[in-house]
Write a protein that binds this ligand. Structure first.
Ligand code: S3P
Length: 188
């Protein structure tokens, strides 16, 4: 596989999309974009405020508009919000000219990584683990269906995930240290 025109990272809250995306963009020499941050910049308010004032529906509306706008932009790595796959109409925006990577993460790791988080309205519940489990059941099939590559991130440093992704994209790259996953498999 030669370098993709753009890379889109999907996956649940706490999968490391922003950290990994930023590092991957640097590695590829691409521009990094984070749809949640762009929504906040455009709106002049943070995500909890948007959920409070406009509800989840208002946020999803803004998210679709941004994904549509960023769709197909070349030489970019786009980190998306965990719920970006929930609207069918977003799928074409995510897929357009993109290598879609699902950063797959266990619910245990998600709980661990989002434990002290106050910026994710959906997790401000008495039982955030139950929320993450419910969302995983709903969304995992969608992430999997959309993805060209499924990359497990549990117990891996962001650096290792990036190295494995670059190897999967461009196996002849001199940066390669080892081959990951079976030929033709989308799992690693
Ligand atoms: C959401 C995930 C968040 C953000 C919003 C909703 C979700 O992004 O878009 O709070 O529905 O899973 P991250 O996945 O970057 O945390």
């Amino acid at each position: 596989m030669s370098l993709p025109k753009r890379v889109v990272l999907v996956g649940p809250m706490g999968a490391g999309k922003s950290t990994i995306g930023r590092m991957l963009a640097r590695e590829l020499g691409y521009r990094f974009m984070d749809s949640d941050r762009i929504i906040e910049e455009r709106c002049g308010a943070d995500i909890p405020w948007i959920f409070d004032v406009e509800g989840e529906e208002g946020f999803r509306h803004r998210e679709t508009a941004i994904l549509s706008e960023l769709s197909g932009q070349s030489q970019t790595v786009l980190a998306t919000g965990g719920g970006a796959v929930m609207r069918e109409e977003n799928h074409a925006h995510l897929k357009r000219d993109a290598l879609v990577v699902y950063l797959k993460t266990s619910v245990e790791q998600q709980v661990e990584r989002t434990r002290k988080d106050r910026n994710r309205p959906l997790l401000q519940s008495d039982d955030p683990e139950a929320v993450l489990r419910r969302l995983f059941a709903l969304r995992d099939p969608l992430y999997t269906r959309l993805a060209d590559i499924v990359m497990f991130t549990d117990r891996k440093s962001p650096r290792l995930v990036v190295r494995q992704l670059v190897n999967r994209m461009d196996p002849k790259s001199p940066r390669q240290v080892r081959k990951v996953g079976k030929e033709g498999s989308k799992h690693a």
